[in-house]
Ligand binder design. Sequence first.
Ligand SMILES: [Zn+2]
Length: 334
Amino acid sequence: MLSIFQSLVPKEKWDIKCPYAMKPEYIVVHNTANDASARNEISYMTRNDKQISFHYAVDDKEVIQGISDNRNAWHAGDGAYGNGNRKGIAIEICYSKSGGVKFDKAEQNAAELIAMKMKEYNIPLSKVKRHYDFATDKKRCPHRTMDKGWERFFTMVQKAYEGSETASKPTAKPKPTTSTKYKVGTVVCTNTLATSSTGGKVYKGDWKGTITKVIAGAKYPYLLNNGTGWTNDTGIDTDPHVPSTNTGSASTSKPAAPKKQTVTLPKTAKEWRVYKTNVAPIVGNECGKLKPSKFGGLTYEILAKPQKDVVTIQTQDYGKVNIYVGKGTGAIIK
Ligand SMILES: [Zn+2]
C-alpha cells in the first residue's frame, strides 16, 4: 500500500509557491534529476524561496505531499497561465539521476499515486502528461522515465488504475484486463476509435476496418488499417456494420432496449456510480462516478437494459458502463 504523508508549504509562502487556487485537470509527471529522497525533495522545495514547486515527491518508500491539490504549483515551464502550471498536479519521481531499483520502485509508486488522483478528480488517462508536453523550452523531463519508455510508464499507470478497481479481489492482479480475442487480418466493425493504443483522443461512431496490429494488454489493443485508429473489445464485432449491442447473441434472453430511449440523471444528484458492464452493479464494484449536478443533469442514450433497473450507457470518461436507475434514484427514463 502506498504511504502518503503531508508536509505542506506554510501559508506565508503561498505567494511564492502556490499563489492560485486550482481545480486539477492534468497530472504532470517529472523526474527529479537527482538522488534525493522524497522527504528531502519536499523539504528543499519548501525551504528555498524560488518560484519552483510541485505537489508530490515519490520515492521507493513513500509519497510526500508539499502542496495541496487545490493550489497551483510552478513546475511545468509553461508560464503563469499555462495548463501545466495552473491546472496540473505535479508529481516528481525521485532517484532519476542514478536510476536502478529505487527509481523503478518510485515509478511504480508514482503510477499508483497517479491512478488514485485520476479517480479522485475524474482525470482521464489522456490528461496524464509529461513536463515535456507543457514546457515551452521542451525540457526533457521526466528524463529517465522517457529513456525507459513513456508508453511503458503509461501502461503502468493504466494497470494501476484498472487494478485498484478490483484491489479487493486477489485474483485480479496479473491478468491483462483487455483481451485480444481478435487477430491480425480480421475485418471488424467498431464504435470506438482511439488515437493511440493507450487512449489519447477517443471517438465514437461507426467504422469498419481490418486489424493490422495487436498489442496485448493495451487499453486499445487493435490497430485498424495501419493507422485509422485503435479500438478495443468494447463495441467491436466481426459483423460489418451491425451495431454491437447484443445482436449477435439472440439466445441470451436479455431484453433489447427499445429504440432511442434516454436516461436523465437529475441535476439534484451529486454523484452517480458507474460500473463496468462485466461486474455486478453493486456498491463497491463501481469504476467511477458521474457528476450530474456539475452539468445541470446528464442525459444518455440507453444502449441496453442488461437487467431490471440497470441500463448501459456510453460515457466519455469511462466508456460503456452500466448504471443503476431503480426507483428512488431520481433517474428519468424516456
Ligand atoms: Zn520536470
